[in-house]
Design a protein around this ligand. Structure first.
Ligand code: XBP
Ligand code: MG
Length: 229
């Protein structure tokens, strides 16, 4: 019996990575670094989860002469990026992906609990839920496990294990919804059955081990979950 649905955020609830990309570039401009990430480079950098970790990877891989950039400066850049991201989201930069709102609503109406397990920073989750589901939206979720709440980001299982612990449920009582290979590996490492909703940055990813791989969640409730409710 499925007792809870655990959702990834970026790429799954909404196509947010282009907004993250804009926010990173705005932060780099703030710091007058002369850096500009385009979509092709960002597609490669997305292999590294976590914004601070992604900036560090970019420096090590593409700016070795700046290798001495201290973690404190990266954290400062990332705080600026998060301010830009949440402002863009507050302005209505994205909406939920097809079928997501109906899936959340129907699952809750049928007594399924809802949770979030994401690599993105908590302020980003709160801004997205507020902008797309309303000011009390975070009350829809029993657990929001995000960003730096865990030591090891996806594909490590930490954030999904934190969500399971917060729910007080076993892995096989839950279903995870993801968009990326790192996310799928994280959920499977926590032994949670996982449904993939491919996103614009993950069409080419390897989804071996997923229960189902879909272009989006628009028919998932009617075609699948309603029979389990
Ligand atoms: C996606 C990520 C995050 C975002 C950027 O998280 O890997 O790092 O790209 O957000 P998920 P931050 O798919 O698990 O939701 O800069 O706050 O990390
Ligand atoms: Mg994702």
């Amino acid at each position: 019996m499925i007792k809870a649905l655990i959702f990834d955020v970026d790429g799954t609830l909404a196509e947010t990575e282009d907004v993250h990309l804009r926010a990173f570039n705005q932060a780099f401009a703030d710091f007058k670094l002369g850096w500009h990430w385009d979509r092709a480079l960002y597609t490669e950098l997305l292999k590294v989860t976590g914004g601070k970790e992604r900036i560090r990877h970019f420096i090590d891989r593409y700016q070795p002469e700046n290798g001495e950039y201290a973690s404190a400066l990266i954290a400062q850049m990332h705080r600026a990026k998060t301010r830009h991201y949440t402002a863009l989201i507050d302005e209505g930069a994205v909406e939920l992906r097809a079928g997501v709102h109906m899936l959340l609503r129907n699952a809750a109406e049928h007594g399924m609990r809802l949770a979030i397990a994401t690599t993105t920073s908590l302020p980003n989750v709160e801004a997205l839920l507020r902008a797309t589901l309303g000011t009390d939206a975070n009350k829809m979720f029993d657990v929001i496990a995000a960003g730096d709440q865990v030591p090891n980001k996806k594909p490590a299982p930490d954030v999904y294990l934190l969500a399971l612990s917060g729910l007080g449920l076993k892995a096989d009582e839950c279903l995870a919804f993801e968009d990326s290979e790192n996310g799928l590996r994280s959920a499977l490492a926590a032994e949670i059955p996982t449904v993939i909703s491919k996103s614009v940055y993950t069409l080419h990813h390897d989804f071996e081990g997923a229960e189902l791989v879909l272009p989006d969640l628009s028919t998932y409730w009617d075609d699948h979950l309603s029979q389990l409710a």
